[in-house]
Write a protein that binds this ligand. Structure first.
Ligand SMILES: Nc1ncnc2c1ncn2[C@@H]1O[C@H](COP(=O)(O)OP(=O)(O)OP(=O)(O)O)[C@@H](O)[C@H]1O
Ligand SMILES: [Mg+2]
Length: 438
């Protein structure tokens, strides 16, 4: 507490009045307004007890200067005055910034209780300030933490965005590579199917050529026999030795030779027709409307030699008038692969039997191919359709036949192929195809 009075005895009296208070009071004395101002600049006070009447600068002036300084603006001031207790002075005192007034002679109880109030206020203010600074530091600390955290988050977000972008680019590249590979594979598949087709066509050509040998051999033989007969007839006419019975015999021979010629020629013609259709279908991939029964008949006809050679008989149970629209070459390829497999894998030296059923089921057709060979154990059913699976490795098997069959049935004809077979009971392939290939 700062006490300001120009008279030292007054300061001593005040100090005596306050000395035995239970408050922890530090008393500072100043003997003039100027000194009081100096003291307030140096320290922090709970209250100023200010004498009004002082030489040079009086209490009112000192109070006005204290109020003008921002550091001391809120410093509580209590005037101590002896004779000027009239209202005029009282108001001037309050105007200049006093918060209270004490009039001499000072009543010790009043002074002490007022001082106590101001000291308590001061303590409370200090406490509030302490809390305020504490709060401010806490807020500042938290703000700094938050700023750091935001920075880290921003960095992490940046890093994540970068890695996501890298990932995206990688995915894009991968997709492109997969697409390119798929294209390559598709082209390779097409080539395999094409070369397989040509290979089986080569086999068919050899068979057909062999088959044509018989009717054409007959034709050659018959036409030369016919020529000889005609020569004999002409000679007899020239020499006038021709009898009526000889003429009839020659005419009979000619007629039967012509019948054999016609029969052989039409057999060869038929064979060439069937083969031509198969060959065109196989090589042109032309889409057309076709009769299922005729097409199956043609392909079995062109495989006739091979089948006879292997002692294979067959039965077609295909209803008349199942019209289909698509590429018959693909169906022929499937059937010829199935037949060749029955011969190579299913049947032994004593041959076997193949039955082909077909019936319409709505806008689909169900073709059932069966042989009575050795069959395929159930655990191998999935393997049979895999590329390069063969039980005839090194004996001419490449293991692509059934892979191609499934690809044609699924990929090209948009249908399905299923295998049912038990060991020793032959195979049963069920081929379901849309009547009109999409
Ligand atoms: N009718 C069948 N009877 C018994 N086994 C068969 C029959 N058809 C196929 N298989 C088995 O399925 C395997 C795979 O047949 P696929 O036609 O794919 O190959 P492949 O005939 O061995 O060789 P490729 O046809 O390429 O010359 C055959 O090796 C054979 O073991
Ligand atoms: Mg095969």
């Amino acid at each position: 507490m700062l006490m300001v009075d120009d008279r030292p005895e007054n300061l001593t009296a005040l100090a005596a009045l306050l000395s035995d208070m239970e408050l922890d009071l530090e008393l500072v004395s100043a003997s003039s307004g100027n000194e009081a101002l100096r003291q307030t600049l140096k320290g922090d006070f709970a209250l100023v007890l200010l004498d009004v009447q002082m030489p040079q600068m009086d209490g009112l002036e000192t109070a006005a200067l204290l109020r003008a300084n921002p550091k001391t603006r809120h410093l509580p001031i209590m005037f101590v005055t002896a004779g000027m207790q009239d209202n005029h002075h009282l108001f001037k005192g309050y105007e200049s910034g006093a918060v209270d007034y004490l009039v001499k002679p000072i009543e010790p109880l009043v002074l002490r209780s007022k001082v106590r109030v101001f000291c308590e206020l001061y303590a409370q203010r200090r406490e509030i300030e302490f809390h305020k600074t504490h709060l401010e530091t806490t807020v500042a600390e938290r703000t700094a933490e938050l700023t750091a955290l935001t920075g880290r988050l921003r960095e992490e977000c940046g890093a994540r965005a970068a890695s996501e972008e890298a990932q995206r680019q990688l995915n894009e590249q991968l997709e492109q590579r997969v697409d390119a590979r798929t294209d390559e594979l598709r082209r390779a598949m097409d080539q395999i199917i094409e070369s397989e087709k040509l290979a089986s066509l080569g086999g068919i050509v050899a068979g057909v050529a062999h088959e044509l040998n018989t009717p054409i051999g007959n034709i050659i033989m018959m036409s030369s026999a016919l020529g000889d007969r005609m020569g004999e007839l002409a000679k007899a006419v020239r020499e006038g030795t021709l009898t009526k019975s000889a003429l009839f015999a020659a005419v009979d021979d000619c007629l039967s030779a012509t019948r054999i010629l016609t029969h052989s020629a039409s057999r060869a013609g038929e064979m060439i027709d069937s083969f031509k259709q198969v060959a065109v279908d196989q090589t042109s991939k032309r889409r057309r409307q076709f009769d299922l029964r005729e097409t199956v008949h043609d392909i079995l006809h062109t495989l006739g030699v091979v089948m006879r050679h292997a002692k294979v008989s067959h039965e077609l149970r295909i209803a008349q008038g199942i019209r289909m629209d698509g590429c018959p070459g693909d169906l022929e390829q499937i059937l010829s692969n199935l037949v060749m497999n029955s011969i190579r894998h299913g049947f032994g030296d004593s041959g076997g039997r193949i039955v082909i059923d077909a019936q319409r089921a709505g806008d689909k057709v169900e073709i059932v191919y069966q042989d009575n060979g050795v069959g395929i154990p159930p655990e191998l059913h999935a393997k049979v359709f895999e590329p390069f699976y063969t039980t005839k490795l090194g004996q001419g098997g490449s293991g692509l036949g059934m892979f191609i069959v499934r690809n044609l049935a699924h990929g090209v004809l948009k249908g399905d192929i299923r295998l049912d077979s038990a060991c020793g009971q032959g195979v049963k392939f069920t081929l379901t195809l849309p009547l009109v290939t999409p």
